[in-house]
Design a protein around this ligand. Sequence first.
Ligand code: XMP
Length: 508
Amino acid sequence: MQKIIILDFGSQTTQLIGRRVRELNTFCEILPYNKYPEDDKDVIGVILSGSPLSVYQEDAFHIDLNHIRGRLPILGICYGAQLISYTYGGKVESAGTREYGRQNLQYIDRECPLFKGFDDHSQVWMSHGDSITKLPEGARIAASTETVENAAYYIPEKQPVFGTQFHPEVFHSLQGTLLLKNFVVDICGSRQEWSAEAFVETTVQELRQQIGKDRVILGLSGGVDSSVVAVLLHRAIGDQLTCIFVDHGMLRKNEFHDVMRDYECLGLNVIGVDASEKFLSDLAGVKEPEQKRKIIGRDFVEVFNAEAQKITDAKWLAQGTIYPDRIESLNITGKVIKSHHNVGGLPKDMHLQLCEPIRWLFKDEVRRVGRSLGMPEHLITRHPFPGPGLAVRILGDITREKIQILQEADAIYINNLREAGLYDQIWQAGAILLSEVRSVGVMGDERTYENPIALRAVTSSDAMTADWAHIPYEVLAKISNEIINKVKGVNRVCYDISSKPPSTIEWE
Ligand code: XMP
């Protein structure tokens, strides 16, 4: 399949470039800047990302562009454009002050195919501390702004080279998607064949070939990723798939039953395991967040393994790993940081092979695939929920009584978000029980001395950064009243107005 390679020089917006290319129904891979593949026969073009570094710095990330240039079209964005310039006889210098924000193009070379269809004063987004003061050899200015002469350039060769000082991938570059389309479709020749439907069709065929008559085990969580994997596999191999859904006792109100019913309606072969007794007794008296996580992780592996061992002829373990889990993002030192790993200590002695059919998808693509598989909307749009569940939303030790209080408060919160039409605008929401804090209140004629509930809701695109959601006061007021009136043990409700960073989404 045709693909675009995006070489990552450590910019925060590299993933966004990937998402924009995929939105053009074109497959792309994001690779660390120095990991260009040896075999590039399917590659139709290369994009060089931005970076927090300066190309003239001693420890800047440099690569040999000669084995790409002349063979494939190249687009350099910000640092990428500077790197091309620096490599091929141009000059890059500190701009003195950092240029950050919206700018309008003042001049556009109408012969440059990158800007085909652009409006005269199109708005672009700048974020750079260095400027290209001399273009690379053979290059022409493609666009300028009032303050940046070389805002974009091109070298018109058979396999052309382009550089933009601005960031077409960010929302504030209003015609950024058009620019990327010009590059990906017109210049690189993408046939735009990457779609949810095409993905389902080819993946189902590949899974059939890969798995043959073998049996597959899949751990379900109720979340969209593992659910989509289940339905994909079910379509490919039917009852050769056995799913295991572990109830650790800290799910949301009625969640275990509701999700089991959904899965059964989808025709999946699911074993539901109620292991709440084990988890809660092992967690008794434990307050420290990391210790809670360790116990839950260990118990989960034990319970899952015990069920998996019963499926003696299983050959494969399927997982809902998605692309952002696997992208090797770089930090400024050039070290690769893995933010997350899905493959955690599961049945080693069973010698299962790993099957990760959605490992190339971004979250929004997983949802599109889910829709194309005909899954119910509430399963597809469900907010992410942490593996340890409400355990990391009860500050202090965990008891059945506290879980029940939190489940009730959380259910009121989430139902109200749904009723107000806010649920789908929010990345993730949940209630937190501050079980070690008590405050005074008055109910009727009686003094109360009970726990507060904190409400958390964030907007985000990948959970790496998040902003607190601006829920209208009226909705918050209704939620607060309903929780305090209906949930015994709670006499105060607070709203969390912290962003990530420096806070995190979960409280523990
Ligand atoms: P934080 O709290 O780190 O959360 O901002 C980022 C995202 O990860 C989820 N999360 C977890 N998921 N096991 C999980 O499976 C965990 O221990 C865990 N901790 C946080 C969190 O809900 C959010 O979506």
